[in-house]
Design a protein around this ligand. Sequence first.
Ligand code: ADP
Length: 473
Amino acid sequence: MKIKKAKSLIFKLTIWYVVFLAIIIVIIGGFIFRSYRSGLINEIDHTLAEIADELDDTYWNHRKVSLEEAVEMVEKEFLHYHPYILIAKISYKKDDFLEKVIHTGDSYDENLVLSRKLYCKADKSALNPLYVTLEKREIPASPLRFILFPIRDNHILQIGLSLQAVYSKMGRVLIIIAFSGILLLVLASAGGNFVIRKALQPVVNVAQTANQITTDDLSHRIKAKKRQDEIGVLVDTFNDMISRLDTSVKKIKQFSGDVSHELRTPLTNIRGEVEVIMRKNRDRNEYKKTLKSVLEETYHMEKIIDDLLLLSRTEALTKENLNENVQLDEVLLNVYERYERNAHKKNISINMKKILPLVIKGQKALLGRMFSNLIDNAVRYTKSGGNIEITLDKEGDSAVLIISDTGIGIPGEAIPFIFDRFYVVDKSRSKDSGGIGLGLSIIKRVADIHGADINVHSKVDEGTEFEIKFPLS
Ligand code: ADP
């Protein structure tokens, strides 16, 4: 499946990254710009303070110099700064607050006169000069930075310097910061996109491999370098999952092949026998013999289908679904009574040894089927003169059922497979005894849904013991 660009994780992560980065760049750029700006303004303030000091000195040290003359002298001294110097004489008594303005003729502009509020404020802060910025279109040198402080009773010294040069420097710096920020953003975004792409490449590989997988071909695995990170875990998990699927699908295929084979054999037998008998007229006994054989084959098929249906019915069952209280000893006795005669017919002694009355949570019918299969196997695989023993005992929190026989036994190498569907140790011995290889699969399934464990001990020509431990309710 193709992912739309706008929906792709790479795209979304890159966008998030760019937005985050842009915010950081704006914050840092703003901080740099503000620091630079206050540095420049501080420089101007410093110069203003220097001019003000000079004027103060000139006026106080030369007693004969008038304020106007002092202003003129200082203006000349600092000519290259083009300072605007004026002295506002204020009055708190008269209506006209600004009594007069002392200045030199050259640089005076009445727009330079500030508000009453500012002069009052400056008058009251004799120790700390007041700095203000004035922006007025009418003044050609605007914006201007002023220092204000009282120089003599009711005389406020006001010196101004143009900020135009400072502002144009700040403009240039702003352009450089903005340009660098954009360049950084573009480069970092490209780099970020590259890194994100690279980091997500294994995920893309996972998706591609997943696309190639069909139930017909589960041989693909994700090829990725061994890594310890989240991607490594994802790749391993995915590969494990494919392996498990592979095993399950193989089992299913094997199973359906086995089912077809097991059903096909009796059908072929039936067809063969019917074809032979129909070639010519036969006597009554021959027809009877063939019909008997056909009937046997249909019994065999019926048993296979019954067992398969039982297995598939139990597929959906779990321990939680089973809530009957089952009296194990009663179920066992019932089954025993059914097989007792069979065993005696085969000259096999079958004994119930120690049988305790024990109750477990489960399903009576399924447990009955499990016990029948176990005892049936013991009778079928034990020769004449043999012996079968059954015990039901309590061990801790478990009910333990043991069915042992002195039969033909199971070879050690076959034991791991005996619970597989349609597995028979030896075709000839199973066929002779009417076995189809589903009895132990049913036993295992019933044990699983009852939360029981099965142990098998067997020796060829000595006998077999099945031990099943059920958790007691
Ligand atoms: P079957 O219907 O062929 O008996 P099962 O699933 O019941 O199939 O058993 C699987 C195989 O395990 C059988 O082919 C048989 O050889 C072996 N087996 C099971 N129970 C016993 C036993 N009590 N003694 C010897 N062999 C056994």
